[in-house]
Ligand binder design. Structure first.
Ligand code: KIV
Ligand code: ZN
Length: 525
């Protein structure tokens, strides 16, 4: 049982401290194709804790046993951050979330209910009075399990201010310590969103008892702008994700919100606990485990974010860095390369290079990456940082695979039909088949299909060169669709066909995990 007195320490001690609530593992993982497995979630949680986020929303414990286990394991291992579990406004959800965060040093239940007329009429089929009763009952239930309870008004930005104020008042009265007002459908503009926070904070009795939080979706590309506007109106928690991943167009990008505060301290004089030099590393890890590439021109973490192409810009930068740079690459963890790697480089140099690039791998992962680096160095004249990043990211993504490409021989050229002989290791046993196809990629994919029969549709097949030159590594992305679900796999190799096979097999592995998870959710409903 808990008392109802306290606000989280950080916010109580410093009124200008903005709490960073990361929902990469919950809202981020909800986006089509971004499913992470158990080990990947733990890895991301460790990275977020090291980054200094205040709250990690680790998952939705009632959704599946896998989600429950992940939230529970993250609660046990995270050292600094509060760990939150999401719950609908249903007692069973709240109890399950409470159970999942029970072992956290600081655990939070985050419960939500829709408040907008459109959701009440068409989704919930409940009256405003009924929803008010639900808020009181569910927040009270959560407060009986943990001290730290967040309540969210889903679709707040399409809710009338009068009714929203009554809901917030009920939640605070029942003991909510954080009030989140999400722009669930990404509809608000910055002034409007800030106005909502101002009105609610002014009109609700005892609004100072809770921390107000933003949660913005990016359907109109305004998620970061809206989050920042709300800070000026008193919001002191920002919900966001690494690389901005999330439902539909995604959530506010953590790295953008934080670097806006760091770079424009003159206008945004708020304190935060993030070590910005780890942002690049966090971005790469999340991109690798979700298989969501970061667009080249993405702010802060895109590979072109600090690249200057035009002569005038290059000239200016060489004379004085601030002529065209408002923040340094080093401030987000992009370091200037000092170690040149080649086929004579040993383990120690490789380890130092990884450190320089922001990676800290365990012994097994390091050995695996080193062997792949050596093999690449035998085939490729120059090894660039991007090559090493591709090797490590692919290694992280494939570490826990149940199926692996062992060997591939392809006959291609003008004298068709093209054929592929493929050996796959499936859960420890090797299987070999030969298939023909309309081109070498088609033959390779047909061979995979013979060994792993499935009905998934190939939704995307994309090849990028990691660096320049004909010996460059190819980075292949494969997206498969089955029954409305999308999964993505990536592979990197100097041989485009091997990279293609790896990407396809990886996507299939993810599809199997997704199928099992869906079956469990359906059983739970
Ligand atoms: O977008 C949203 O409203 C949400 C809630 C569950 C907070 O993700
Ligand atoms: Zn959301």
């Amino acid at each position: 049982m808990s008392t109802k007195s306290d606000k989280p320490e950080a916010a109580k001690a410093n009124a200008d401290r903005v709490l960073i609530f990361d929902t990469t593992l919950r809202d981020g993982e909800q986006c089509p194709g971004a499913t992470m497995n158990f080990e990947e979630k733990l890895e991301v949680a460790d990275c977020l804790d090291a980054l200094g986020v205040d709250i990690i929303e680790a998952g939705f414990p009632i959704a599946s046993d896998g989600d429950f286990e992940a939230v529970s394991a993250i609660s046990k291992r995270v050292k600094k951050a509060t760990v939150a579990g999401l719950a609908r406004a249903i007692f069973a959800d709240i109890d399950r979330a409470g159970e999942a965060v029970r072992h956290a040093q600081r655990g939070r239940i985050h419960t939500f209910v829709s408040t907008s007329p459109i959701h009440l009429a068409h989704q919930m089929r409940k009256t405003e009075a009924e929803v008010l009763e639900i808020i009181t009952a569910t927040v009270t239930r959560a407060r009986n399990l943990v001290e730290d309870v967040e309540w969210s008004a889903m679709d707040a930005t399409r809710t009338s201010i009068d009714y929203l104020c009554r809901c917030v008042e009920a939640a605070i009265k029942a003991g909510a310590t954080t009030i989140n007002l999400p722009d669930t459908v990404g509809y608000a503009t910055p002034e409007e969103y800030a106005g909502m926070f101002r009105a609610v904070r002014e009109r609700v009795a005892q609004s100072d008892k809770a921390i107000f939080s933003t949660h913005c979706h990016d359907d109109l590309g305004l998620a970061v702008a809206n989050s920042i506007a709300a800070m000026a109106a008193g919001a002191r928690q920002i919900e966001c994700t690494i690389n901005g991943i999330g439902e539909r167009a995604g959530n506010a990008a953590l790295e953008e919100v934080v670097m806006a505060m760091r770079t424009r301290r003159d206008l945004l004089p708020y304190d935060y606990g993030i070590d910005t030099t780890l942002l690049s590393r966090a971005s790469k890890l999340v991109s690798a485990v979700t298989n969501f590439p970061v667009q080249y021109n993405k702010a802060i973490v895109g590979r072109n974010a600090f690249a200057h192409e035009s002569g005038i810009h290059q000239d200016g930068i060489l004379k004085y860095q601030q002529t065209y740079e408002i923040m340094t690459p080093e401030s987000v963890g992009v370091s200037k390369s000092s170690l040149v790697m080649g086929k004579h480089s040993g383990r120690n140099a490789f380890r130092s290079k990884l450190k320089e690039l922001g990676y800290e791998l365990g012994e097994n992962a390091l050995e695996n990456a080193f062997l792949r680096f050596k093999s690449l160095a035998d085939r490729k004249k120059q090894i660039y940082d991007e090559d090493i990043e591709a090797i490590v990211d692919e290694g992280i993504a494939h570490m826990h695979d149940r199926m692996k490409v062992v060997a591939l021989t392809v006959i291609a050229g003008t004298m068709g039909p093209q054929s592929a002989t493929l050996t796959l290791d499936i859960e420890g046993t090797e299987h070999t088949v030969q298939a023909i196809g309309n081109g070498p990629v088609d033959a390779t994919f047909n061979a995979i299909k013979m060994l792993v029969p499935h009905e998934a549709k190939l939704d995307l097949y994309q090849v990028h060169a990691v660096t320049e030159g004909t010996d460059a590594q190819a980075k292949v992305t494969v997206r498969l669709e089955e029954g409305g679900y999308m999964v993505t796999g990536r592979g990197a190799e100097t041989d485009t066909l091997v990279a293609s096979a790896r990407a396809y097999v990886y996507a299939l592995t993810r599809l199997m995990v997704k199928r099992q998870k869906t079956a469990r959710v359906q059983q739970a409903i």
